[in-house]
Structures are given as structure tokens and as C-alpha cells.
Write a protein that binds this ligand. Structure first.
Ligand SMILES: Nc1nc2c(c(=O)[nH]1)N[C@H]1C(S)=C(S)[C@@H](COP(=O)(O)O)O[C@H]1N2
Ligand SMILES: [Mo]
Length: 318
């Protein structure tokens, strides 16, 4: 069962797309969405508070698991080992350096090839149905975590701005603010961080705009107040601290693809068959575990997303 955050109204437009080949309930189960019962158990001593005020799921009580049965990483792991180059290239330095980041007020400009461009305040975006998704995050550096996100499907937002028929891609831009981001004082990277998806990837139901994790507002090291989550792609596609979303006709340039196109392709689907030029992608280290795990094609989401790439050579379109 999907949990709706209590402080936000549920839109009348809660429509399950008809083309789903399995029922909504089966899919929610398959995706490892935390049951309301599990969440209530986890925050039982705090009944009466809204979910955003509680530490639902990260104290005592059962840890959420993904649909493969693996437990979520702890809140401490998820917020203390971060890639966020605007702050630092040192994963353990991101948390302290981001402590005073101003994630509020925040606005996201949605435009480009859309009929109804609009600038959304964070509060406007929290009106889209908020869901819980326990997703694996697989970094291109060959480590991974399991993260219980809250957020909304990007397709809800895109539908509202009405893409033009000419729109084929979505370009995401993160905040540019060298005052707050010490890493942006380094001229080595072409700031701001940018990313992109094909429109059908962006519309896919697994593609999330995360606004929280473990039932709390998104922590600063994870991209407060909102970031993209595309669970079948390498982690760098899941851009943090988004301020602009634009629909385009041409494939957008992205930060990593601009710096090293031979190492970081536009698609960057998790693929154990295609090695990074400098290391193998066959296995990964799950944070908190000793051994290594086999990396799964599309990070284990192939049943849902492989169809997006039918007829494409994934060695060429890496
Ligand atoms: N704006 C921005 N987004 C970013 C990054 C970044 O440096 N800046 N790093 C990416 C990389 S490489 C990864 S693996 C994930 C890490 O997300 P996490 O810190 O929440 O685990 O964020 C991605 N999003
Ligand atoms: Mo990454």
C-alpha cells in the first residue's frame, strides 16, 4: 500500500495508467513499497505527529526492505557517504559541509517545450501524490545502497506542464551558488551540475523526484530539498538540488558526459556487461557489507524498464 503524507492534499487526478501490465497493487508490492503497517509500527511511540516530523522507520522497528528482500541502509549510512561535488569530492566531508545549506525557500522553474511553463515552490510540488519507494542506488564507482525515498513520480509534474509534441528530452539543472557550495569555486567542473533523460525515461513510473527519505524531509547531503532518482541508472544521473527542468528537442549536454564522454554515457544504465574504461562493473560493494555482490542488469529493474531500450545496442548507447 502506498502511504500518502498526511500534510498534503491528494489530487483528484490519481489515475493509474491503463497500460500497466500488472495491477497497481502487485506493482507496489513488487517495488517494495513500505506498507503503512510497517511504517506505523516503526513510529508507533510518536502517533499524532505528521510523518515529516517523525523519524519514521529509522528508529526501532523493522527496517524497510527492497523487493529483493534486502534491508535499507541506515539513515546514518545514507547521509554520511555521499557524492555531492558541489560540496566536496570527499564523501565523508559532504555531511558536515552541507549542515547550513539553505534548502528553503526553494523554487523549480519548469519550462522549455511545454504548453504551461510554471515556477513551482517546493510546497506546490508536495501537492503531487507523495509515495514511498525503497530503491537500490548503484554508483558508477561500484558501491551501492538501498534507500527508502519519499517523493512523487516525475510524470505527474510533466503531465501538468503539458509537453509539446516536439519535446523529446528533459534537462535538469542543479543550483549554482558558489557562496553555499565550496566545490563550485573549483573551475575544473563546468558548473552547474546538469543531467538529462529521454522523455519516455522521465515519464516512466519508476522515475521519482525525491523530497524525503526515511519519512523525513530530504537531508542536505542527499540533495535537499529535492532531487531526481532514476534507480536503473548509475547514481550520477540522479541529480541533486534541482532548480530547473526543461523539455528539449535535442539530447541535452550533461556535466559528466561533457567532462568524460567515453566514461560516462548519456544513458548510463546500470550494466554489468559494459565495464567502465578504468574498472569492472560486474560486481559492487553494498555499503555496510563485507563481500561483493553481482551487479544486476538495469540494477534489477529490467522487467520494468528494458522495453525502453528495445532495439538499441547498449554497448554503443552506454
Ligand atoms: N547536484 C549533484 N547531484 C548529484 C551528484 C553531485 O555531485 N551533484 N552526485 C551524483 C552521484 S555520483 C551519486 S552516486 C548520487 C549519490 O546520491 P546520495 O549521496 O544520495 O547517495 O548523487 C548524484 N547526484
Ligand atoms: Mo555516483
Amino acid at each position: 500500500m502506498e502511504r500518502k503524507l498526511k500534510h498534503v492534499a491528494v489530487p483528484a487526478s490519481e489515475i493509474t495508467p491503463k497500460e500497466l501490465y500488472f495491477s497497481r497493487r502487485d506493482w507496489l508490492k513488487a517495488m517494495g513499497i513500505v506498507s503503512a503497517a510497517a511504517l506505523l509500527a516503526a513510529c508507533a511511540p510518536r502517533v499524532g505527529q505528521t510523518p515529516l516530523e517523525t523519524a519514521a522507520g529509522r528508529g526501532s522497528g523493522p527496517a524497510p526492505t527492497d523487493e529483493l528482500g534486502d534491508p535499507a541502509n541506515t539513515f546514518e549510512q545514507i547521509t554520511n557517504y555521499n557524492n555531492y561535488y558541489e560540496f566536496s569530492t570527499d564523501k565523508q566531508a559532504v555531511n558536515p559541509l552541507s549542515a547550513n545549506f539553505r534548502a528553503s525557500p526553494w523554487a523549480v522553474e519548469v519550462g522549455g517545450l511545454v504548453h504551461k511553463p510554471k515556477t513551482y515552490a517546493l510546497e506546490d510540488l508536495l501537492r503531487f501524490e507523495q509515495v514511498e519507494r525503497v530503491y537500490r542506488l548503484r554508483c558508477v564507482e561500484a558501491w551501492s545502497m538501498v534507500i527508502p525515498w519519499t517523493g512523487f513520480e516525475l510524470n505527474r509534474l510533466l503531465a501538468e506542464v503539458e509537453p509539446m509534441t516536439s519535446a523529446r528530452y528533459v534537462r535538469f539543472t542543479a543550483l549554482l551558488d558558489p557562496q553555499q557550495f565550496p566545490g563550485q569555486r573549483s573551475p575544473f567542473y563546468p558548473w552547474p551540475y546538469t543531467e538529462g533523460l529521454r522523455l519516455d525515461e522521465a515519464m516512466h513510473r519508476l522515475t521519482l523526484i525525491a523530497t524525503g527519505l526515511y519519512g523525513e524531509p530530504l537531508p542536505n547531503p542527499n540533495g535537499a530539498p529535492l532531487r531526481l532518482v532514476v534507480p536503473w541508472k548509475y547514481g550520477f544521473k540522479s541529480i541533486k538540488a534541482i532548480v530547473r527542468i526543461e523539455l528539449t528537442e535535442e539530447q541535452p549536454a550533461t556535466l559528466w558526459n561533457t567532462i568524460a564522454p567515453n566514461e560516462y554515457g548519456f544513458y548510463s544504465n546500470v550494466n554489468p556487461e559494459v565495464d567502465h574504461p578504468r574498472w569492472s562493473q560486474r560486481t559492487e560493494r553494498r555499503i555496510g557489507e563485507l563481500g561483493r555482490r553481482e551487479t544486476l542488469m538495469f540494477n534489477g529493474y529490467g522487467e520494468e524498464v528494458a522495453g525502453l531500450y528495445a532495439g538499441m545496442d547498449l554497448r554503443v548507447n552506454y
